[in-house]
Design a protein around this ligand. Sequence first.
Ligand SMILES: Cc1ncc(COP(=O)(O)O)c(C=O)c1O
Length: 488
Amino acid sequence: MPLPLKLQKSGQISLQTQIFEQMRGMILEGRLRPGEPVPATRALSEQLGIARNTIALAYERLIAEGYIETRRSVGTFISMQIPEGALYAATHRSVVPARGTRRAKTKTESPGIRSQALVNPHRRRFVADFWVGRPDPNSFPRKTWAKLISRRLLSAGSALTEYRDPSGFIELRRAIADRVRPTRNIATDADEIIIVGGCQDGLNLVSRMMLSPGSTAVVESPCYQGAAFLFESFGANIFPVRVDERGLDCRQLPNAKNAIAYVTPSHQYPLGVTLSLERRLELLAWAAETNSYILEDDYDSDFRFHGAPIAALKGLDRTGRVIYLGTFSKCLGAGLRLGYVIFPPELVDRARHMKTLMNNGQPWLEQATLADFMESGGYERHVRRIRKLYFSRRNALLAALEKHFSGGEIIGDEAGMHLAWRLPRHLPSASKVEKLAIEAGVGVYTLASGAAVNFDASAESERYLVLGFSSLTEREIATGIARLADVL
Ligand SMILES: Cc1ncc(COP(=O)(O)O)c(C=O)c1O
């Protein structure tokens, strides 16, 4: 049956993206049902009057993100298991009108707007949920925070009733500058820092300054959804660059001028590898040559378990090409919505204006409380404490995997709050393992359902699971992996 695709051949959006978006929409809205056959590329190319290769590329993307699947020598079908991350995005669609009613065109329906999975996309309670990147809720320093915040509240004067500096509370910016100098090797001062609502807000700020439809945004392949989807929403051309065991493969960087490149050099999301020094230098040289900027997302670098902490990429930047993003979501909690961006001097004024246009700055009370916590030394003690806790949990996960499975490979366990597990050869694909695990009450995640965009359609990328360990007790970790072994 012909697919009801409507393509704009002279529009700004490539035919490949239009096919991808429209088919994805039909799948999410249930107009194409799991198990239904997808037209062969030749048939669709004849129907639409466009090159077969364009359709093949759109199909590759749909396969990579789990919307359709090929069955050897049978054909291509709508996936039996649509990735949960996508379903989660679908639940964010406003109201689904009854059949036959006309919908008003809203911005969320325009092509290219989707959002990252923030919570376990299965919406299920698990015996053990290895969802990624969550601090342990019990680790939040409640008593100290309560004391500090009430002290600030009682002495706030006009701080809560008047506009403050949109760049952020100066004492917090100073405390951050003082911290990143020794811990991340970044020579900066408060003037180059803008306080934002977490990395996501920082990425928005930078995107609003630098992206317009048709700009080039280099991303890691696989990449954190929050970055790739955001750049896509600005109409940027996404240029995925493969990540291997030494991080981003810089030989693949494009020859485009004025691009941005989003990277997670300390602990690649989701694979967990560290960008090698040689490649860091190559990336910096590429940025200088092409007049591009690098967005360094250093989301979980406070948790390094082996060896000396690795300096930030920004610490090596001599030409002002790196914009550094830090967040308090991992060390304190994502509910705080606090992070910071460190800009090269030449961008600071524009960033300050843009931040003012966006929201006049972040809430004062939490910023002031955090500044006090940092200045008192309490924050550093807190980080040391939870680093130890997560180290033990990581070790418990490694021990459990070793006890129950042989032949797999662990990647990215030297740092962070999650690791990537390359499945042993005798186990089925990652999607199948995820599905079986759910039935056993255990949450484990493929790259695509673990908040990553997987641009790689190869079978190899279907061999990885991401496992977060920071919010589980050692006992939960042991039970979860034992159950997983049983069900497999
Ligand atoms: C790669 C990456 N960057 C940033 C963040 C944190 O974002 P935010 O600071 O907006 O909470 C996450 C959270 O999961 C992440 O995985």
